[in-house]
Design a protein around this ligand. Structure first.
Ligand code: CAO
Length: 431
């Protein structure tokens, strides 16, 4: 059936998750990444925090005394905050009402914390059979399930650290927060799927995203290589060209590209003074003749010693050294300008300073300036997923307990004497 102009207009004004209410029991990074995404998709996200304390990150890495830290503000946009002591009898009563009136509960407490609070899965289901209860934990069921886990532990346990860094050096963690933010992303997808399933069945369910599993999912090509080792050395790894023997496990591959198209980080003009004057350069097979032309080695295009990807595998060090002689004569942006029209895949190594100033990222709403009553304007990363019918407006993070009274009234229906009883009990707090 054809849509009318009115239908289209109505759809444009609806947010994808606008009728979804989220009880956000998350803290630090992994859980808040997930609930921030849900808030950007239009859900009403109610962050439950301990009175007077709140999410520990409010006070971590403080740069403006007296103001919430950037660590907190950058992970908690578009949410509301209620202060509630969930270990207090009246606090438990309020929490039970929240469970009844929300669609999703997201938490990333240490294992067992919700049970100790008296709100394990059985109780949640009793209170609200439609509830989707979503958790981040460090490990899934098994011998480590009770462990507390932070980002780098997950990177190590998920196979990232053993495969990152250089072959002759220490295992290395990456700057990308694949354990925390990566798992938050996985969980958000799980929640949306569980909501879709609930539409059909009327039933909620438990969704678990263990950080180890999330990291491994992002490292699956390394498990691919682990199995390929049975068939002999990994010829696209630069250690093959260097004649370094392979051991029993997938080695660290430095800056080698993971796929079948060899790539390296190469110096560009100014590298002596600028730690980020580098480019990533990929010798994609389809454009090899153009690369040869560009770097002044046209004869390599037809020379059987160089003309096929297989012939080049053992000589990548020499090939990239020759390409680097060329990239050293250009800035990383000139390399981009010259190579792009030739379809040669390259990428400038951008510093965070350059990213903060990048015009396109700002225009696309990915680098966003937000104002905050305590700290003034700051930069943040906006929603990295773009919709044709839904524009994400990034709203500042809530102050601790900023919406306590509003939520007690509008969402939970407390008023008059009942509201006074709850407030006087000391189980809640407001900004
Ligand atoms: N009112 C009263 N008590 C509250 C509360 C509230 N509103 N909110 C939380 N609490 C209590 C919990 O009930 C729990 O108490 P118990 O230990 O007595 O049961 C405690 O506060 C929270 O404890 P925690 O163990 O989760 O917190 P921690 O700082 O000791 O550990 C972390 C932090 C991240 C290591 C742990 O939560 C964890 O392993 N989480 C799962 C994995 C994870 O998400 N890691 C990523 C962290 S970075 O994104």
């Amino acid at each position: 059936m054809a849509e009318s102009e009115d239908d289209i207009e109505i759809a444009r004004h609806m947010k994808p998750l606008q009728d979804v209410r989220v009880l956000d029991f998350t803290h630090v990074q992994s859980g808040p990444t997930c609930t921030q995404l849900l808030a950007w998709f239009g859900a009403d996200v109610i962050k439950v925090e301990r009175p007077g304390v709140g999410d520990a990150t409010r006070q971590q890495l403080v740069d403006v005394p007296g103001a919430d830290s950037l660590y907190f503000t950058m992970l908690n946009h578009n949410k509301r905050s209620i202060c509630l002591n969930t270990k207090h009898e009246t606090g438990k009563e309020v929490l039970a009402r929240l469970v009844e009136r929300c669609d999703v509960l997201v938490e990333n407490f240490a294992p067992g914390a919700l049970d100790r609070m008296g709100f394990g899965w059985d109780r949640i289901q009793q209170l609200n059979p439609r509830m989707v209860m979503a958790s981040v934990k460090g490990f899934g069921p098994g011998k480590f399930e009770d462990c507390k886990v932070y980002e780098n532990v997950a990177q190590c346990a998920g196979g990232s650290a053993s495969t990152t860094g250089f072959v002759d050096n220490l295992p290395m963690v990456t700057g990308a927060q694949i354990g925390d933010s990566g798992t938050g992303l996985h969980l958000a997808l799980g929640i949306v799927v569980a909501l879709l399933h609930r539409e059909r069945t009327g039933r909620g369910q438990k969704v678990l995203a263990p950080m180890q599993d999330g990291v491994l999912n992002l490292c699956r090509v390394k498990l691919r290589d682990q199995q390929r080792l049975n068939a002999g050395p990994l010829r696209e790894y630069s250690q093959f060209g260097k004649g370094i023997e392979f051991g029993e496990a997938t080695p660290r591959a430095g800056n080698d590209s993971g796929g079948g198209q060899p790539g390296r980080i190469l110096k560009c003009k100014g590298w002596e003074a600028d730690p980020n004057a580098y480019t990533y350069f990929i010798t994609q097979a389809a454009v090899w003749p153009r690369i040869c032309e560009l770097i002044g080695k046209p004869e390599w295009a037809k020379d059987p010693e160089y003309s096929t990807p297989d012939a080049r595998l053992g000589k990548l060090d020499g090939i990239f050294a020759t390409i680097e002689e060329w990239t050293c004569t250009k800035t990383k942006f000139e390399v981009m300008d010259i190579c792009n029209p030739l379809n040669i895949p390259v990428g400038p190594i951008l510093s965070m300073k350059e990213i903060a100033e990048d015009e396109s990222l700002r225009k696309n709403g990915t680098v966003v300036e937000v104002d905050h009553p305590e700290r003034g304007p700051y930069l943040t990363v906006g929603c990295p997923i773009k919709f044709s019918d839904h524009e994400v407006a990034v709203e500042r993070s809530p102050l601790l307990g900023e919406h306590t009274l509003e939520i007690l009234g509008d969402v939970l229906g407390y008023e008059g004497e009942e509201l006074k009883r709850v407030v006087d009990s000391g189980a809640v707090g407001s900004a």
